[in-house]
Design a protein around this ligand. Structure first.
Ligand code: ADE
Length: 263
């Protein structure tokens, strides 16, 4: 999977993502992450990419042209890369391979759809994803209309730019790419799978600060452990995120458990 991040702060994005699990996945060739500096496409001698908003108002806006030129250069590069791959695979550029398919472009903005695990799963099916990070008071609307396919927010609060939201999305989508996590099953059984929160987990020692690990986890009885974990997930979700339960698939017994919890 290839991520391309259009930004005025490429070091911020690359330094943040080139570590730990995501860094290892990049070095293994499972992912590629490239930050493209929008300022490289400035069209004036001062290298500036922002200007005052028409109609007045506080702050500056990122101008349409540098963002557009940056996007054009990037999408041509992505398409050329695909054509080369097709030739290498001896399919030829005229084959059915959709070598001219433009990548999805995600604009990070509090005005977008709120990011969640289902969206991450959908984005993880793409081979290429482009993120556009705004700064200052945002970006000239006209270029957004021209290039953006998805508007995404990471929550109902306002940040200084789209870089942190893009990094959050890249992290979340990356861990769904096969091979990125050590254990392929671990992406499946975590929080938000089945719309339930994750059960509590414990490691050594058995007793810490007078708190014992629940006895069932030491029993070696896998079926009972699974049953206990599922129950804990249901209880935690009911207590901490009851809103998630609406979409969870619960058995009659589990529904009863929740009713008893609340009574
Ligand atoms: N840019 C500024 N705030 C944001 C948010 N909450 N989500 C996505 N992009 C943003």
């Amino acid at each position: 999977m290839n991520f391309y991040i259009m930004t005025l702060f490429p070091e911020m994005v690359m330094n943040g993502l080139d570590t730990s699990i995501i860094g290892r996945a990049i070095h293994k060739g499972l992912l590629s992450i490239e930050a493209i500096n929008i300022r490289d496409y400035a069209f004036n001698k001062h290298n500036s990419v922002d200007d005052y908003p028409y109609g007045g108002g506080a702050g500056m806006l990122m101008q349409a042209e540098p963002v557009y030129q940056c996007y054009q250069a990037l999408s041509e590069k992505i398409i050329a890369g695909k054509a080369e791959e097709a030739i290498c695979a001896e399919q030829g550029v005229d084959s059915e391979t959709p070598v001219t398919k433009k990548p999805r472009v995600i604009y990070l903005s509090p005005q977008g759809r709120t990011f969640n695990q289902t969206m991450a799963e959908e984005f993880a099916k793409e081979e290429d994803l482009v993120f556009l990070c705004g700064h200052y008071e945002g970006i000239d609307e006209r270029v957004l209309e021209e290039i953006v396919t998805d508007y995404v927010s990471i929550g109902d609060y306002v940040l200084t730019g789209g870089e942190l939201p893009a990094m959050i999305m890249v992290d979340c989508i990356s861990r769904l790419v096969p091979g990125v996590l050590h254990n392929d099953v671990s992406a499946e059984f975590e929080s938000f799978q089945d719309n339930l929160l994750e059960y509590p987990q414990y490691s050594r020692p058995e007793v810490w600060h007078d708190k014992r690990v629940p006895e069932i986890l030491l029993s070696g009885h896998h079926a009972n452990i699974e049953k206990w974990r599922r129950e804990q997930s249901v209880i935690r979700t009911a207590k901490n995120r009851p809103d998630l339960l609406e979409k969870a698939e619960l058995t009659e017994k589990e529904k009863e458990l929740i009713v008893n919890l609340n009574s």
